[in-house]
Write a protein that binds this ligand. Sequence first.
Ligand SMILES: [Zn+2]
Length: 363
Amino acid sequence: MSQLPTKLLFLCDHASNVVPAALERLGLPEDAFKTHIAYDIGAGALTAALAERFEAPSVLGKWSRLVVDLNRGHDDPTVVMRLSDGRIIPKNRDITQPEIINRITHYHAPYHAEIERRIAEIQAGGCIPVLISIHSFTPVWRGVMRPWQFGILWDRDDRLAKPLIDRLKHEENLTIGDNEPYVGTLENDCMYRHGTMNGLPHALIEVRQDLIADDEAVSQVAALLEVALRDCLDAMGPATLRFTRPLTLTSYLGNPHNLEGVSPMDEKTRTEMEAEVFRRLVAHLRARTDVQNIDMMNLAGFCRNCLGDWYREAAATRGIALDKDEAREIVYGMSPAEWKRLHQKEASPEALAQFAKSDKTHS
Ligand SMILES: [Zn+2]
C-alpha cells in the first residue's frame, strides 16, 4: 500500500447558533442561543483560525445543534435533541419522524456532502486528508468542575490522537483528557462517518470554552494547537488508509429516507458478507490467471501480493503470525513461486518502465 502526503481538513459541527427563521427559534427565548446548548462557544472561531494558520480548507456547520445535531448519525435517537442540559426544546419535544427526515435533508445532509466534497478534492490532489474536528465544552457540567483544558477524542484509529495527547501533555499546566470529557466511539458520528469509514487519520479536539472566550484567547489557543499539530503530523509522516471498522452501506448512511422501515444489518452479518466478497474476489483472481500482477499494480496500485500482505497484516493485529509467502498462498491458492512458474508472463518494457516509475512499497 502506498504512503501519501497528508493534508489537513478542519471541521466544526457545532460552529453555529443560528436557527432557520421558519423554525421560530424552536420555541426557545432568544438568550438560550447564547448558551452552550445551542452551539460550541468559541469553536467556530478557533476552527477558522486554525484553517488560516495551516492554509487548509474547513467546513463549519451553519445551523444550531438544536435544529439537528451534525455530529450524530441519521438513525441516532439524539440527532434532534428533545432536551438539552435539563431544558426542554419546545419544537423538538414532540417531533415526528417525517419532520426529523426533513431536518436531516435540509440542514444535516448538505454539511456532510460538503465534507465529502472537500475530502474528494484533497484525494484528487494525491494527498490523504487528515480530519481535525473542533468542539468546545463547558467548564462546569452538572455542578462539577471539569479538570481538562483540552480533550482528544478518538475511536480505534489512534495514529494522530495518541501523539497529540502525548504532545499536549508536554505543555506546562495543562491537563489533557484522553477520550474525556466524552468518548469518541459513537457510531455514525462525524469522525466515524468521514474518518473511520474512509480509513483517514483523524482526531477530535475538545477545548474548554473559557479558554476561547474572545478573539485574543482564540488566537493563543490556535497558536498552541498549531505547533502541537505540526509536531504530530511531522512525526506521523506520510499516511496510508487504515480501516479499523467494517465498511457499512453508504446508501444507508447517506440517505435519510432509509430511516423508515430499515433494519440495519448487525455487525456479524456485515462481517460475513464482507468475508464472502473477499472470497469471491480471491476466487475470481485465481480463475483469471491471464491478469498479470504488474498490470494490476500499474492500473490500480495493488495486486495479488498486496492482498496477501493485507491478509498477513490483519492476522498480525490479532496476534497470528503468518510469513509473507504463507499469506500470499491464501490468495494464489498455491505457492507464489508455483503461480509465477505457471502463469506469470514476461512483462512488456512499457509495463516495466511504468512500474519502475510508480511508488511501490512491496516486492
Ligand atoms: Zn460539539
